[in-house]
Design a protein around this ligand. Structure first.
Ligand code: G3I
Length: 369
């Protein structure tokens, strides 16, 4: 009997926690979605606590991993649609704006995509055919249910040059426009996005502005550019972020912050290196909040987020969406990047599933006239 009742008690307790704070989505400027990236435990329903937060506070979802090529199309002749089906069902059942992430990227794409049976690089036509078939199968399956797609992810380096990847090396720079054409063909009503990080770096932003201008000149659909917005509390500045909003919207597309989080731990360029002893030393040196984020830092994080949301309000006419990359600090990718196993605090909900001071700071910023 007790065993049968306990899930009910758990549900009541969960609902009580989720009801403590008002739904954040209601404070967003009209026409700007508030989104969260969800992992498979959330979309499968295994993580009921995070799922309850998402359903209450957000009106858009993005899949953190399960629609990436390696997850949905692991082998040439087999697709794995079940987790993605559950994700789309979760979003559509709740009336959310469901995002697809991502059709063409150089990471989390299996090696077979770029190789023939002998393990040698395929030719341009073969790779274009594979890209076409993949997009047709994946975007086509969710036609009318996924509202917008990150069509191409991270095609440029920070200096504005085209990133050398399996896609660009084999097909050439026009792999981007081909991907957008194939996506439009697969779902003519879906919004199509270009998505990248560090667009606040001027050279990279200019490269993306040029891309948008060129797609538009050719009559190829692009609706918005996503600035991923993996920020650090140390930067970029609001002025640098405002330059992204102004520069991109001037090209006639909407702007979205698509993977927002705020790393609060110190970083150093050496963290990206392969020297493991250096990595271990850096982990010890920079994992500075293992016993919780001090009040002063909670406040500082809240002020940073508040400033950002005031900026979003100011430019609401050109904004389509703000999506956080995760729900609670517990499940953020930043606990494992750029160094594995640190305790980070980048989001609006803490490890205990409760809204942090930063949540209320954002809410207040959105409420201000
Ligand atoms: O699936 C395996 C699992 O079987 C294994 O037990 C586990 C052990 O570590 O690893 C699992 O794979 C991990 C995967 O996430 C799913 O959790 C990978 O190691 C890990 O590298 C992978 O990281 C993802 C990363 O993209 C990969 O590049 C992060 O969760 C995801 O948040 C991150 O998201 C990207 C966006 O798509 C694009 N922009 C940057 C952003 C952050 O890197």
């Amino acid at each position: 009997m007790l065993k049968r009742l306990s899930p009910l008690f758990a549900l009541v307790a969960l609902t009580a926690t989720a009801q403590e704070a008002p739904a954040l989505k209601q404070f967003m400027p009209s026409g700007v979605y508030l989104g969260a990236a969800v992992n498979q435990r959330v979309s499968d329903g295994a993580d009921a606590a995070d799922r309850a937060i998402v359903l209450k506070h957000f009106n858009s979802v993005t899949p953190e991993n399960l629609l990436k090529w390696e997850a949905v199309h692991p082998k040439a002749d087999s697709y794995n649609f079940e987790p993605a089906d559950r994700y789309v069902e979760m979003g559509t059942a709740a009336g959310m704006f469901v995002v697809g992430h991502t059709l063409v990227w150089h990471q989390q794409t299996p090696r077979w995509v770029f190789q023939n049976e002998a393990g040698k690089p395929v030719d341009r036509e073969t790779l274009l055919t594979r890209m076409h078939e993949h997009i047709k199968a994946v975007a086509g399956r969710y036609r009318g249910r996924i509202g917008g797609w990150d069509v191409v992810n991270e095609a440029f380096e920070d200096d504005g040059t085209l990133r050398q990847t399996g896609w660009s090396r084999c097909i050439g720079p026009d792999f981007i426009e081909k991907a957008f054409e194939f996506a439009h063909e697969a779902d003519p009503n879906a919004q199509l996005y270009y998505n990248d990080f560090n667009l606040w770096k001027p050279a990279k932003r200019k490269a993306v502005e040029k891309l948008v201008a060129s797609l538009k000149a050719k009559g190829i659909r692009i609706d918005a550019v996503g600035e991923q917005a993996h920020y650090n509390i140390a930067g970029p500045t609001l002025d640098e972020i405002e330059a992204v909003i102004m520069g991109l919207s001037a090209q006639g597309v909407k702007v979205a912050l698509t993977e927002l989080d705020m790393d609060v731990l110190p970083t150093s360029p050496d963290m990206w290196g392969a020297d493991l002893s250096k990595q271990r030393a850096l982990k010890t040196e920079t994992d500075i909040y293992t016993n919780g984020l001090p009040d002063k830092e909670q406040k500082r994080l809240g002020e940073h987020y508040a400033g950002l949301f005031r900026l979003i309000k100011k430019h609401q006419a050109v904004f389509s969406r703000v999506t956080f990359w995760g729900v609670t600090d517990r499940n953020s990718w930043l606990n494992d990047f750029p160094i594995r196993g640190r305790v980070n605090y980048p989001l609006l909900w803490g490890r205990d599933g409760k809204p942090k001071p930063a949540f209320f700071a954002v809410m207040e910023a959105l409420k201000q006239k």
